[in-house]
Structures are given as C-alpha cells and as structure tokens.
Design a protein around this ligand. Sequence first.
Ligand SMILES: Nc1ncnc2c1ncn2[C@@H]1O[C@H](COP(=O)(O)OP(=O)(O)OP(=O)(O)O)[C@@H](O)[C@H]1O
Length: 679
Amino acid sequence: MTISKTKLPFQAEVAQLLHLVTHSLYSNKEIFLRELISNASDACDKLRFEAIDQPALYEDQPNLEVRVSFDPAAKTITIADNGIGLSQQEAIDNLGTIAKSGTREFMSKLSGDQKADAQLIGQFGVGFYSGFIVADRITVESRRAGLPAAEGVRWVSAGAGDFEVDTIDRPQRGTSVTLHLRDDANEYLNAWKLKSVIGKYSDHISLPILMEKEEWKEGEDSKGGSMVKTGEWETVNQANALWSRAKKDITEEQYVEFYKNISHDYDAPLAWSHNRVEGNTEYTQLLYIPAKAPMDLWNRDKHAGVKLYVKRVFIMDDAESLLPSYLRFVKGVIDSADLPLNVSRELLQESRDVKAIREGSTKRVLGMLEDLAKKQKTGSESGEGKIDVGSGESVPSPEPTEGVTDVVDKNAQPTPAAEAAAEFGDESGKYAKFYAEFGAVLKEGLGEDFVNRDRIAKLLRFASTTSDTVSVSLADYKSRMKEGQDAIYYITADSLAAAKNSPQLEIFRKKGIEVLLMTDRVDEWALNYLTEFDGTQLQSVAKGAVDLGKLQDEAEKKAAEEAAESFRPVLERLKEALKDKAEDVRVTTRLVDSPACLVVQDGGMSTQLARMLKQAGQPAPEVKPVLEVNAEHPLVKKLESSAHFDDLANILFDQALLAEGGLPADPAAYVKRVNALLA
Ligand SMILES: Nc1ncnc2c1ncn2[C@@H]1O[C@H](COP(=O)(O)OP(=O)(O)OP(=O)(O)O)[C@@H](O)[C@H]1O
C-alpha cells in the first residue's frame, strides 16, 4: 500500500490526552526519553519474537539496538531503533488513536486537578505522546520489518488536532522518532544530560542504547574549546536485563526504577523479591508488590502484570498462567531457562514448567506478604521483638521455595544500625497499606488456591467489635477468645456501621465476646471456603441458631427454654402471619435490646449476599430468612394482646430487614402499617 500525503484527525481522546500531557506532566519533563526508549525496546522485543518463526525479518541486521542522537543547530533529538517498525496503516492506527480500552476509563477518571491528574497519567503511562512534553512537532519515520523500502512511512504532527502521513523510501528497518524541541527544552541538546537521563531510567533495558561519542577539542588560536562528535557510537547503558544481574550490583533505586518502568506506576513499590530458582525448573523471578491498586483491579479478566521472558527474550505481557488470579496485583518479570521460545498462551497452560513456576512464584509472593505482616505486627506492638535488619540477614519466609539459591529483598541488604531503625519504622506500616489496597483481592485466594489456604488465612485482617481498623488477624482473635468459647464469630454486612449496629451482635457484646466485622463484598463468598482456622470453627452470627455453647450458663439456658415454651402460642400465630416471608419464626437469646432479627439457615446464603447478587444482575436464590424474636422485649410482649397482631408481626419482620441494610418488599405497605399504629 502506498499513500500520498494525507492529513488525518486524531481520535478525540488522543487530542484530549495530548492536551493533558503537555499541561500536566510539565514538572517531570525528562520521562519522555524513558517512554520513547521503552517503545523502541518493545519494538525490538516484538521483532525478536516474530523472527523466531521468520528469521528473514532480521534482514541483514540481527543486532538490535537503539540510537539516541541530537542536533543542536536543528534543535532536534532523535530516538531510532531497528525493531519491528510500523507499516503505514499501523502508524495511522497506533499513533493516531488510543487502542487500549482501559485508556478511556482512565480519561474518565481525570479530575482537572493538575497534580492528581499527573499522578494518574504517570500510573497509566502516556507512552509515545509524552514526546509532546518537550517537542512542538514530532516526526516519525518507519518501515516495518519484511516490507520493501518503498513502503516506508513518515508521520508528522504538531500535537494539536491532526497529523500527516506520507509514503517515503526507507531502506533501513525500524523507527526513528525525531522531536523538534520547544525553546524551553534546550537543556536536552546536551550529551551529558541525555546520558544522565538514560542512566536514570533506562539502564536496565536489555538492548544497547548508543550515543555518538564526543571528544574535547581545544579551540584554534587559543579560542575556547568544545565537545566534538567523533563519528563513533558508544553504548551508554548497562544493556543487560536488570533481573539477570547479580543482586549486589543492583541498587535500590534501580529496582524501583525498573518497577516504575514495567508497571507505569508513579509510586515506588511496597516490596520486591528477586530470586534465581534452580532445580528441575530453572527461572529467575523479580516480583513486586505495588503500593496502590490500579483502576482496573476488579476486572478479573485483566491478567496479572507479570511479563514472561525466555532466556532474556521477551515472550509476552500479562502471562496469566504464571500467577493465580488472586495475585493479579503483582508486577514483575519471570525469565525461564526451560520454556521453548515459541511458547503460546495455550501451551503455557499445559506446561509442567509453568506449573512449577506458578507454584514457586505464588509461594514467593505469599512469603513477601508474610514478611510485611510480621513487621507490621512488631511495628505496632510497642517495638517488642523487632527484627534486627542491621544484621544483614534476610527475613526468611516460612517455607523457602525449593532450590532458591539467591534471595534478595530490600530488607536483606545490610544497613548501618541507625538507618535500619529508620527503615524499619517505614516498613512497619506497609502491610496495612498493602491490605487496604489489595486485601479484598487476596481473599479470593481462599476459594482459588486450596494448597495455600492456610497461609492466606493467616494473612487476612479484619475489623472487629474491639477494633475499628482492619487489623485483627484470625490468630489475634484466637488469642483473645474467652474461656469456653469454641468458635470464631463473624458477621458480614454492607458497611462497618451496619455491621457494628447489627442486632445479632447484642448477646456477644453483653458477654464481651469479640466478633469480626466483615464488609468486603467478597467476604461471604470467600468465607465459604474457610470453615475453620487452626482447629477452630468460623461461625457467622447471622446464620443458624445461636449456640454459645459453654459460654451460656445452665440457668440462662433454662430460662430461655421456659420463655420459648410459654411463648409457643404467639410463635404459632407469628408463623402463620408471616408464612410468605419467613421460613420460620423462633425465640432467640441472641437479642438484648432489639425485638427481632433475621438469620438464615446454617449453610444458607445470607440475605445480604443474595441482595448483592441481585443488584449485580446475577441469579440469586430466593432466600426466606428465619425471624428470631426477643421474647423479653416490650414490643414482642405486646403482641399477644394486640388488636393489630398481623400489622405488628409484619412491622417486626420489615424492621429486622431494615436493620440489616435491606428494604421491605413493599415499603409503602410498611409505612402504612407503622402510621396506623402511631396514629
Ligand atoms: N518505536 C516504535 N516502533 C514500533 N512501534 C511503535 C514504536 N513506538 C510506538 N509504537 C506503536 O505505537 C503504539 C502506541 O505507543 P504508546 O507508547 O503510545 O503506547 P504503548 O507503548 O502501547 O503503551 P504504553 O506506553 O502504555 O506501554 C505502540 O503500541 C506501538 O504499536
């Protein structure tokens, strides 16, 4: 295909994004170089991957590289690669529109506040368009590998509403991006400046990044000297994959920078773990736990952010088989020594090596979380039992992955004692941060990963009737259990307020028994898979008849039975009056101040979960709850002699529903009944 010079408009979103890029990212101009080098490197990765099946694509240039040059007279910087290149259509599609669906969502989140937007943009990564931070015009010239020289393309835009494309003759494969700098970006027309930015952001890129060598030349006739280009090119980055280097040669900054690069996250990660695993399956893993949840965390179709490499060759992004879905927040790289280069997603699912990698990486991530959790605990408990990070020993995870020869995480590096103390203080809040962002996702693991269920259970944290913050572990709870208590009690609700004020808690409060308050949507589903912890049953206080077992003394039990007996005739009438709404009506001892509450049968779905499913448009069973009444309550006592028995019965039921966050089936009828009684 050849096209003659054509002007085309940007897709509306691009124009909007460009405006933001130039206005919001101004304070961090230099990232343009990182983004463009990263694109160049991706293009080389893509070529290498396509060339596995089609070696001819290399033409006569198998050495992939990126060249960065500048021309002070023309005020341009050029980033050139010999990667896959762009066809004319690809240039139009990829540089003129935003293909990624997440981008639109991202655009809708922008607030107009420059600082917040800049953070968001940073998180999302603006890629190619970041060139417009420093340039008022960008020229891209490219030819796709495998196409004839006559099918090159030139793409030019001033970053306003449109761009121009033209066919050019381009013998060399790949892409060159030329930035025509704005006057206030002249500082980048300097080799030293460019090298320092490349060193900062792109050292770990596995390709060589070349710049023209310069030499100092004295001026003639004792005029001042200057740097002069020699015509030779030199490599200015380390040019080996960061994860393949020895840990001792990688600084903390480099780990952080690498993370930012692969994740497009603006913030530093909370923790990372870098290991070379040997044994039957050999691979290197560099896994990061981000500090902030991405916007699309809840999209379960979104794959994990782990990139797969095979012997340093990039194979694919988002390789979902490498980590279970409940760890989809983890970012990083896995480089396998065993997989074939032409491995496909389908093949990955069946591979035994991948299974081993997945198990090893899962354990590693859980180990990192256990580490953070341990520090969180000691950090919040008056400093007792602090781990001495100054000793230079790493904190071992409870079950080290077999064959790990080389384990590093940030805390493993020896630091002077004072620094260590400061660092530990910083570490001590990390687990709470992690949990606030990703705790709910982690819970999915209870249902997804049976092998590691116990480890996951230990990592869970909840609010409870004794703690408003989400900080109580199941082990903490157990250690505070009352003498004679034989279950871990919990309640699920839509909000913390609803959970705390639930009538079902009354008897527990009276007896001073702690109840875990669960308010994540995923809780009830996840808790289905966790019926016990460390030998103790988990028991919902809203399911089944309340049985406080040994916590109730004989006299109480007897009194309750007697009350139930004498209340029997009223119960029968209640059952009759509510037969369409309630599965059963019974007397309870779980209530102290409230007249009634709803519970579901043991093993049944709570009314709250059923409600949530319905709201989400999913099929939910019709749950008929059990109405439990407090025979000691004046309102309930009044029933027997009331002339409005049916109304009162229905009001009791509807109020119990309201108390747990539901709505009466017929709200108007409810209001009418209440008003009739009030009048
Ligand atoms: N040097 C290049 N060689 C070949 N294609 C390129 C090059 N630079 C950009 N592209 C193409 O343009 C597309 C858009 O680039 P852009 O940097 O905006 O987004 P991206 O790289 O896909 O996403 P992100 O930067 O968020 O990872 C790329 O996906 C790629 O197809």
